[in-house]
Design a protein around this ligand. Structure first.
Ligand SMILES: C[S@@+](CC[C@H](N)C(=O)[O-])C[C@H]1O[C@@H](n2cnc3c(N)ncnc32)[C@H](O)[C@@H]1O
Length: 285
């Protein structure tokens, strides 16, 4: 049976006090209880000032406990209040659905139990990255991977597009319980990246500003320096393309033949209307 409890997962954005959408703000205000999943104590305080019953999820993180178990317990904490018929809001920093499995899992569970559950997007580290580094993902493409997953599985990464590796500070952590991995794991990540990029390729360690008075970290270095780099929990690794776009000559030929056939059909029908649309991101080679 559907219960009356509801769940809304909202994003606070990356910058304290600057990124919260009006919809997220009103969802917080209308909730009976607000769970807070943010990494910065100042952001926690800010949210506590917005709601009398704002509960931090930080205590669920315990040294040595697998993050999977931590996340399972967080989902259960949210669901217990939803099952009790309350209007529950969970506020996550950035976007609640970007590299944030708790929000997705909690919404899926709430819906499976017949409750109304929704997600309110927020400004993620990805959004800030595009703005600060001047990257348009539509120009050359942009691949996003969780750094450990990128190491554990054979991904078909494309060095003609941007590559963004999240959670690079814990790259290679099979236990999902560490707060950082060291030079050994990074050497293995470097080895994997050297399959696609030269050692001197310029990479960027990116950290979006989280306070209006601080600046973003955009530290450039050669790929070979990754092993000794200062990788923090909030660092995202950005690797620009190393090779030019490779035209797919066979596909281009098939498209040209299709276009010719369509033009021939059009020439024998009514006169054509208007000019063809030209996509500035995909000039025809
Ligand atoms: C669990 S994910 C959370 C992402 C968040 N939900 C978002 O929307 O951006 C944590 C990872 O996000 C990235 N991240 C978190 N804070 C960041 C910041 N200030 N600048 C750049 N990347 C950040 C890092 O890759 C970090 O390891």
């Amino acid at each position: 049976m559907a219960g009356r409890g509801t769940l809304a997962c909202v994003g606070t954005g990356m910058m304290l006090g600057a990124h919260l959408s009006p919809r997220a703000r009103s969802t917080i205000a209308a909730a009976d209880v607000v769970f807070v999943a943010v990494s910065d104590p100042l952001v926690e305080l800010w949210l506590q000032g917005m709601h009398a019953d704002a509960r931090s999820l930080q205590p669920y993180y315990t040294e040595g406990r697998s993050r999977h178990e931590t996340y399972r317990r967080m989902v259960e904490a949210l669901l217990a209040e939803v099952r009790a018929g309350r209007t529950v809001c969970a506020a996550f920093y950035g976007h609640p659905g970007v590299f944030a499995g708790v929000a997705h899992a909690a919404i899926a569970q709430a819906r499976a139990e017949g409750h109304t559950a929704s997600m309110e997007p927020g400004i993620s580290a990805e959004d800030c990255l595009y703005a600060d580094l001047g990257i348009d993902p539509g120009a050359l493409g942009c691949q996003h991977y969780e750094a450990s997953q990128f190491m554990f599985y054979r991904r078909r990464s494309d060095p003609s597009a941007y590559l963004v590796l999240w959670q690079v500070g814990v790259a290679g952590d099979r236990s999902a319980a560490r707060s950082a991995t060291g030079p050994g794991h990074r050497r293995l990540l470097l080895g994997r990246l050297l399959e696609d990029y030269p050692p001197g390729h310029c990479i960027t360690l990116y950290e979006a500003a989280t306070l209006p008075i601080t600046a973003a970290r955009m530290e450039e270095m050669p790929l070979s320096d990754l092993v000794d780099a200062d990788l923090r929990p909030q660092t995202t690794l950005v690797i620009p393309p190393a090779v030019a776009l490779q035209p797919d000559l066979e596909m281009l030929d098939r498209i040209a033949r299709l276009d010719r056939a369509e033009q021939e059909r059009a020439a024998t029908a009514t006169p054509s209307q208007g000019t063809p649309h030209v996509d500035e991101h995909h000039p025809i080679p």
